[in-house]
Structure formats: C-alpha cells, structure tokens
Design a protein around this ligand. Structure first.
Ligand code: ADP
Ligand code: ZN
Length: 731
C-alpha cells in the first residue's frame, strides 16, 4: 500500500506530500519515516494504490508512533478546508489537532504503582506478622480499610521497607495503573440548583433542538440566562449519545464555565486550553479521544477537540476577538466551527449579548437563525448608565481619574455593603515616562513601543515583547532628573483607591496579577466570596462573570479604544462597555454604571449607555456599507516582517508590482490597495511593513488564490510574509 505522508518539519517552506510504502497503517496515524537522511515524524493523510514516485526511490515507513490513529478522518477533512481557506501549510494545520508535546514523545500517560492486599482476611495476615512489626501491621490495616492505594502514598506514610517486606511475604501485590492528571481539581463546587426555565430560555431551547443541523445566533442581553440554554442543549444531546464542544473566549472565563459544566456533567467534561500543564492537557485530550469524556470545553483551540459524532458546537461570547487567531496558523474559529458542524451534521450555536456585526449581518440575511432573549432573568432591570463628561469635570477643577459622580457612587455602594468593579484597559502604573525638559520618552530597544511604568517591582516594561528595563533616574538624552508620567494604569488606580478608602479591600485582575495558572480563578473566587469590595481590572473582568453583590461598575476611560485608527474601533468599544456594564446589578438590586468620557455625545457611547444593540447595529452597519468595510468587503493585509529593513522593502515592492498587475486585470475586484509601514513600525527587532487591500466579497474566490500565489513568490529569505483576512488587529 502507498501512504501519503506530511513530514513534521516546521522550518521547511514547502508544503508537500511525500509517498511511502507500508502495510496495515491507518490514515491519521503518526509514523516514523526516513526523510532527507534523517528519521522524522510524519502524519499519514491518505492511502492509495499507486504513486508517481519511481520504485527505486520509494522508501518504507519505519514504524507507527502510537497504537491508534491520532487524527480522525473528519479532522483531516477539516484540515483540508482550513488549508485551502487560510492558505496554511499542512503541517501547521495538523499540529493543531494533537497536544504539542506528543511530537517528539515529550508526554506520556502517567503510570504509577498501586498496592493491594492479596487476601481480604486481615486477621490471617496480622497473625503471621511479628507483633513488633508495627509499620507493616499498620500498613495492612490501612490497606484493608482503604483498598488499593498508590505506593508513593504508602511509602510516605509507613516508610519504604514496610511495603517491600509485605510484598516479599506475598501479602501485598503491586500493579501499574495510569493516573489521570486533572486540571482545576480543587475548583470549588458551587451549589447552584438547576433552575426552572423561564419562557425565553424554553423557547430558545425548543427552537434550537427543533433543527438539529441549524445554525443559530442567540442574542441575549447580559444576565438573560444563556448559560442554562447551553447546558440544557448539551444535556439533551449527550443523552442521545452525541458529543459537544463548548468554546469560551479566554482563560479567565474557563473556571466559571467549567465549574457549571462539572456540576452538571461530572467527569464527562474535559478541558482543553493552553494554560494547562503538559500532562493535564494530554490526559484531557486522551479522555476525549477515548470517549471517556463527551464534552469538551476550552478556548478557541478546543474547536479541534478529538471527538466523534458531534451534536453541537457552542461558542459563547462569539464576538470576542480571541476567536480569531492572529499568529500562524491564522484562522477564524467561527468559520472553522461552522465547517466542522456541517461535517458532523451538528448544531452551531453562537451566543452573545453584543454579537459581532459580521454575525448579526449573517442573521439578518438568513444565514444564521436569530433567537432573542431581550430581558434579564426575573425581569431584573438592566443597569442605569450615567455618562460623565470628564472635560467638564476638569473645568470644574477635578483633576482626578475618578469623577465626583463616581466617588459618590462608590461611597454609597460601599456603605450599603455592596461591591464595585472598576474597568480600565491599561495595566501597569502609567503608560509612559517622559522627560519634562527635552521630551525624551523611554522606548523598547526592540519594539516601536513606549515603556510602561510598573511600580511593584519599579521597572519599565515593554507590553509588546515583555522586555524589562530599569526605571529612569536621569534622562539619557539631557541628563535632567524631572519626569512626567503618562496615562494612569490599573496599579495606580488601586493605589488611589487605597488612599480614598483606606479600610476597603481592593483586588486587581490584569495580566500582571494572573501569571500563574490558577490565579484567575483565585481572584474571582475571593471577590465572589466578598473578601474584597472593589475589583479593578482590564478587559479580563469585562465578560461573563456573575457576581450578585456588584451594583456599581465604573468605566474609567470610555474613550480608550474608541479612536483607534481601525474600522473595528467602535464595534469593540460598544461591546466592551456593554459587557462591563452588564456586570452591574445582576441580582435583585438595580445596578448603576458610571461611564467617564471626553466625548459624551459619541453615538457609540450613547448606544452603549442605553444598552441598545439594535440601534448601534443599524447605525454602524450603515457606516460600514457606505465606506465598504466588512461585512461588505474583505480586508486582506499582507504583513512583511524582518530584521533587515531594506529586504522588507524590496520584498514588498516586488510583490506590490505583481498585485498592481492583478488589480489592473480585475479593476472592479479591488476597492482599495496601498502599501505602507505598519502602525507598529518595529516589533521584537523586526521591521514591519504592510500592503492593505479591500476586496469585493463576490470576487473573493477568484482573486484570493491569486493573491496567495503572489505572496508565495518569496525572494528574500530574511522576510516573513503573513497574509491575514479581516485581521482583528491592524497595528
Ligand atoms: P448570561 O450568560 O446570559 O449573561 P447567565 O447565564 O450568567 O446569563 O445567567 C444569569 C443569572 O441568572 C445566573 O446567576 C443564573 O444562575 C441565573 N439563572 C439562569 N436561568 C435562571 C432561571 N431559569 N431562573 C432563575 N435564575 C436563573
Ligand atoms: Zn519590546
């Protein structure tokens, strides 16, 4: 038999299939082959009877690497789709489907030794042991009471020699067992009762389950009870023997959703995300692969969960930017999930309080079935939003980051024993450090980024590459010692709150306080238990969390993301503010939101203050149409990165010329095309240039492959070329 193999070499620029000979292999298996005089791992993607490879050159597969095919036929089919759609290399796609450390055999099942008594008759054993062999006597008594126990535990408790002696005497046997490594083992169980469904939930569930291959957009305001809809759908499908995938945006959300899933489904749930330890990730993957767990939950990569017979793929907070992978391999999780649902004849459910414009537009056009849940559970009112004009505040003499309104509301909230969340999407102490004499701003030596001041360890940090520098003492340019600080970050907010409310406990959640694996969960749990009254955080605190005692949310800088030079800026800001606002007043007491801004009349802020998604959608979609931005066009960015500036420019210039030819041949397909330096001019020592193209969607299938082809014609090896479709981030 002939097998087509993708060789697992990343450096290779070639995306080629090589034929090998062998017997009895299954497509989707990992195998060892000889390639370029080296033993290399590879994946079988096809089997066939003939090959173009001349017989004298045809080599044999050396051996299989696992005793089961690691990639299913169905995932291979999904891989073929992604490869074509996103112009990816086979090897990069295939690597998404297995735990990274399986390659090179860097992870295995954890095997441990376990001891059991050879007879249940304790008295018989005890009477044969010497009375002074206390350790041995204690050990057998323990085993009799507790049953099979790990040897390491027994050795700890009774010393190594006791167990050894008992094994020699034949009273105890030792077996090997595999031990599963379970992530978030200690996650506290919440005693959440199963609610009686409200009519809106029942209606959503009936509609969704009424069309088992349907594609749905569940638009439910914050606190409308979408989670219960997801759980009920999963419950129903699992009972029918189907498996399910549930995606959540980022690590911070996982513990909460995981807890709810485990509460209901116990060990039938497996978690897949990059924050787990190597062993945990492998074991969870294997449990799904073996059918020991039918429900996969995780961030975007869980869309590749090794499940068969999928009944539903659910994507919560579907508007979230983290569903678009913006590094190689680049892909759009919603598109991939749509394809995978189609392959499985499964349901696709996208849920959000603020659907992406792209998804809502698809719903309007009938490509997704729209289900609305316009009210909060038990008709709890949505919070009142007070917009505070910070320009006015400054004119009145208040130079603080907190407006007087926010201070008043904070005081009231704390007096009532309630909790508050303050949102500022800027971590660190302040955004830059500038010399007041000469205007020098400290920048990263590797990136075109000013350095953020961090007070805790008194360092300057690059938020792009993470590089650290000593804080400035004298200006390196003019040798003066007087500095001005940039915009306030979360660290400084906490410092100011401690001054304003000395007796109040404040927690902070941002990338700096959540570096360890389970710290997200710990901070949220502490806040949930009322160990602190105020939680300050970046966008990590914006989504999903459900804290009944939070009655005040403060958005400290509502303009922050509004004026990015990016067509997504308004959509993002609307989503973010609506989401944070949605954290307020989720229980009986009505919530308040204080939204601080310098542009109080901006339509985006006005609509988010009213939590008026439809109003915002209509306004924004008209703007997009008038300016032919997505979803009315497709943006393609070709990014050139390299340490040699001239090579980047040469490579870009050469390809730009080809693209201009293409544009001349298809003038109506190109709405726009230009070349430029990227807004982030340099990152991690690499210069960055780009070509931006806006294409007619209707001609995409014809033009895109030709653009890809031009980008493949690389003449400068030092330059990395990335083609991105509708990138989330244009920096
Ligand atoms: P969403 O995801 O739509 O923002 P959640 O699913 O977090 O909303 O639900 C909001 C709150 O309402 C949660 O505390 C949840 O336990 C509660 N809840 C959900 N469904 C019901 C119900 N049918 N009856 C009472 N409470 C409910
Ligand atoms: Zn840097």
């Amino acid at each position: 038999m002939i097998y087509s193999v993708i060789v697992d070499i990343s450096a290779s620029e070639v995306d080629r299939i090589f034929d090998y000979e062998g017997q009895g292999y299954t497509v989707g298996s990992r195998v060892l082959v000889n390639f370029a005089n080296r033993q290399t791992e590879g994946y079988i993607v096809e089997e066939k009877l003939t090959t173009d490879c001349p017989p004298e050159k045809l080599k044999s597969i050396l051996r299989p690497l696992d005793d089961y095919p690691v990639i299913s036929q169905e995932l291979l089919q999904l891989g073929a789709f992604m490869r074509k759609e996103y112009h990816l290399k086979w090897v990069d796609v295939l690597r998404l489907f297995i735990p990274a450390e399986m390659r090179g055999n860097r992870v295995k099942e954890l095997v441990k030794k376990q001891a059991v008594l050879t007879t249940e008759n304790l008295d018989e054993i005890l009477s044969s042991l010497k009375p002074n062999a206390t350790k041995q006597r204690d050990l057998v008594t323990f085993l009799h009471a507790n049953g099979a126990t790990l040897c390491e535990k027994l050795n700890n408790q009774f010393g190594n020699s006791a167990l050894k002696a008992l094994v020699e005497k034949g009273f105890v046997e030792v077996h090997q067992i595999t031990v599963k490594r379970t992530p978030y083992k200690g996650l506290a169980q919440a005693d959440q009762p199963k609610h009686d469904l409200v009519p809106a939930q029942q209606n959503a569930i009936d509609t969704i389950l009424g069309n088992r291959q349907g594609k749905f957009l569940l638009h439910g305001v914050t606190g409308s009870g979408k989670t219960e809809v997801y759980l009920t759908i999963i419950e129903k499908l699992v009972a029918e023997g189907k498996s399910c995938i549930m995606l959540v945006p980022e690590i911070s959300l996982t513990p909460n959703m995981l807890r709810q899933l485990r509460n209901r489904f116990g060990d039938n749930v497996a978690l897949l995300h990059s924050g787990l330890s190597v062993g945990e990730r492998f074991d969870e993957w294997l449990r799904l692969k073996n059918g020991e767990a039918q429900i996969a939950i995780g961030a975007r990569s869980a869309v590749f969960a090794p499940l068969d017979n999928i009944g539903a793929i659910i994507i919560d907070e579907e508007h979230d930017g983290s569903y678009i992978s913006d590094f190689n391999p680049r892909y759009n999780t919603i598109e991939v999930a749509t394809e995978r649902a189609k392959q499985n004849g499964a349901l696709l459910v996208l849920g959000s309080a603020t659907p992406s414009l792209a998804s809502f537009y698809q719903a309007k056009r009938g490509n997704l079935q729209l289900i609305s849940m316009p009210e909060r559970i038990n008709k709890h009112p949505l919070p009142t939003v007070e917009i505070v004009d910070m320009a006015m505040e400054r004119r009145m003499g208040n130079k603080d980051i907190f407006s007087n309104t926010l201070k008043d509301r904070l005081t009231e909230t704390l007096q009532k024993g309630n909790q508050a969340m303050l949102f500022l999407n800027r971590r660190g102490y302040s955004s830059f450090m500038m010399c007041t004499k000469c205007g020098y701003v400290a920048k990263c030596t590797d990136c075109d980024v000013s350095l953020t001041v961090h007070r805790e360890d008194n360092m300057l940090k690059c938020h792009y590459c993470g590089k650290r520098y000593y804080i400035l003492d004298t200006c390196p340019q003019c040798k003066q010692k007087s500095f001005r600080m940039g915009k306030i970050g979360t660290q400084q907010i906490v410092e100011q709150l401690n001054k304003l409310f000395p007796d109040v406990k404040v927690l902070r959640m941002d990338a700096d306080t959540t570096q360890s694996k389970e710290s997200h969960g710990k901070i949220l749990e502490a806040f949930g238990k009322g160990e602190a009254q105020i939680l300050v955080g970046t966008q990590m605190i914006a989504k999903g969390h459900d804290f009944p005692k939070v009655t005040l949310v403060g958005v400290l800088d509502g303009d922050q993301s509004l004026y990015h030079d990016d067509y997504l800026a308004c959509e993002r800001t609307f989503q973010l503010i609506t989401q944070v606002a949605g954290r307020s007043g989720r229980d009986k007491e009505k919530g308040t939101v204080v939204l601080q801004t310098y542009t109080p009349t901006h339509y985006c802020l006005q609509f988010s203050a009213k939590q008026d998604y439809l109003g915002f959608y209509k306004h924004e979609i008209n703007l997009r149409e008038a300016s032919s931005f997505p979803p009315f066009s497709e943006i393609v960015r070709i990014l050139y990165q390299g340490e040699k500036e001239k090579d980047c420019i040469d490579q870009l210039t050469a390809q730009y010329a080809h693209l201009c030819n293409l544009k001349e041949q298809h003038p109506t397909a190109f709405f726009y095309m230009d070349k430029m330096r990227s807004p982030l001019k340099r990152a991690e020592k690499k210069f960055r240039f780009q070509i931006l193209i806006k294409l007619d969607k209707l001609q995409l299938d014809d033009i895109l492959p030709q653009i890809y082809q031009i980008c493949d014609q690389k003449t400068k090896n030092s330059v990395h070329i990335f083609v991105e479709r509708n990138p989330q981030n244009l920096s």
